[in-house]
Design a protein around this ligand. Structure first.
Ligand code: E4P
Length: 220
């Protein structure tokens, strides 16, 4: 199972790489904005260098068509370890499956993002996407069950030996990470604040403090 950091903050990326738990980094335009990136291409290049040999996921910023494919190719050429995120559809409801197919056929590792249903993800896999980003938090926001979508999708991918990896994304808390991992996601992408919570437990702190205090007492 792969663990990604959902962040463009180099300090956080370095920190969690140093912990030895990261297999890659995911970004999207909102993440770049949130983390104060003003010049996306050099920032993505630098993140790709940091993340290697792990994969950096970088998202296109045009909604459809030849322009999207062109930008996807450009992003993929920033470094050898880039996966290009392509939203599964446009804001007005048109599928981006043809664009996913064209990029995948050109040898680009495509991450089909903004998937909120089994059907969208299954079609993206058919079109050739290497990664299927299931936005579990957003599914749950709407009263759906993100973990159930992952469970069904994993069964379908395995039954038909479809070579695409599920990324559980839009993770809001540690329970989402646990549910996604146990539902069969191949990868989970986690924001830094949630990853910090995942590593922490108040009672562990207390326990370790007790060990250290007693070690000092034994040493006299
Ligand atoms: C990551 O690949 C996704 O784009 C991201 O997790 C979406 O998160 P959000 O739903 O919190 O914006």
């Amino acid at each position: 199972m792969q663990l990604f950091l959902d962040s463009a903050d180099e300090k956080q990326v370095k920190y969690w790489l140093g912990q030895g738990v990261l297999d890659g980094v995911t970004t999207n335009p909102s993440v770049l904005f949130r983390d104060g990136v003003v010049d996306p291409l050099p920032a993505l290049e630098s993140l790709a260098r940091l993340t290697a040999p792990g994969v950096l996921h970088a998202e296109v910023t045009v909604p459809r068509g030849a322009e999207l494919v062109h930008q996807g190719i450009e992003l993929s050429q920033l470094a050898d370890n880039i996966a290009v995120k392509v939203p599964v559809q446009t804001p007005d409801g048109a599928p981006c499956l043809a664009e996913i197919h064209e990029l995948s056929s050109a040898g680009v590792a495509v991450n089909s993002t903004a998937c909120l249903s089994f059907g969208q993800a299954a079609l993206a896999a058919k079109a050739g996407a290497s990664y299927l980003s299931i936005l579990v938090g957003r599914i749950d926001d709407e009263g759906g069950d993100g973990a159930a979508v992952i469970r069904d999708l994993r069964r379908w991918l395995d039954d038909w030996q479809v070579d695409a990896k599920i990324i559980a994304a839009s993770v809001r808390g540690t329970a989402d990470v646990r549910r996604s991992m146990t539902a069969g996601a191949h990868c989970v992408t986690v924001p830094p604040a949630v990853l910090a919570k995942l590593a922490d437990h108040k009672y562990s702190r207390h326990t370790v403090q007790q060990f250290l205090d007693d070690a000092r007492a034994v040493a006299g």
